[in-house]
Write a protein that binds this ligand. Structure first.
Ligand SMILES: CC(C)(COP(=O)(O)OP(=O)(O)OC[C@H]1O[C@@H](n2cnc3c(N)ncnc32)[C@H](O)[C@@H]1OP(=O)(O)O)[C@@H](O)C(=O)NCCC(=O)NCCS
Length: 178
């Protein structure tokens, strides 16, 4: 039996320092996602410098409420997702899943699902009992959220712009962690 080492993936949480050190690698993944039409706060075309700045802002946010998880294989970072704790004093039990991304080279082999499982496990350890997320209707994010047990709360019309500037809806999801 041949073991395809290049396909083996490990998931881990990065420190802010590691995010800064690997900002270019993370930026490359963001550019790939936005090029492919992913709705992750950013517009197309995404310049490398803007992508790096965005990643460095995430590193700063990690001092407060953001946790960044990555999936790595033999070629480097292949996926990432953020777990963002609610900042409101009356929502200590809630966190959102933000910017779940898998590079096109690694899609369709369970990396996204593994990232979600790791986020959920870490959220439970932090005492989080409610996860929220949003996704573009009919996209791969929606299918993944449903597959890992998220429930649909409803659709907000015209929630955001797609990477080319067209208004798009968002489907809001939640998952109680019992
Ligand atoms: C959404 C996203 C993160 C999913 O990542 P992924 O690693 O491809 O996710 P998975 O591999 O776990 O699942 C993707 C598909 O592959 C299938 N799959 C998983 N492992 C598989 C395997 N070993 N063999 C064959 N198919 C497999 C899954 O069943 C799933 O099928 P479906 O989409 O028809 O339901 C990725 O498509 C992405 O980055 N999209 C752009 C950004 C985005 O939309 N993010 C979501 C936030 S809204």
């Amino acid at each position: 039996m041949t073991v395809d080492v290049a396909r083996q993936v490990s998931i881990r949480r990065l420190t802010p320092e590691e995010v800064r050190n690997r900002a270019h690698e993370l930026a490359d993944m963001l550019i790939d996602a936005v090029d492919a039409g992913a709705q992750v706060s950013l517009m197309r075309p995404l310049a490398p410098l803007s992508a790096v700045r965005f990643v460095l802002d995430v590193a700063d946010a990690m001092k407060r409420s953001t946790h960044l998880f990555i999936a790595e294989d033999a070629e480097g970072i292949v996926g990432a997702a953020q777990l963002v704790r609610a900042s409101a004093a009356n929502q200590p039990h809630r966190a959102s899943v933000d910017r779940l991304l898998v590079h096109r080279r690694g899609r369709g082999r369970g990396v996204g699902q593994e990232l979600m499982q790791e986020l959920e496990t870490s959220a439970r350890v932090m005492g989080i009992t409610l996860l929220t997320a949003d996704a573009a209707p009919g996209g791969p994010g929606e299918r993944l959220y449903r597959r890992v047990g998220f429930l649909e709360a409803g659709t907000i019309p015209g929630y955001a712009l797609d990477p080319d500037g067209a208004p798009t809806d968002a489907v809001i999801y939640y998952k109680p962690l019992h």
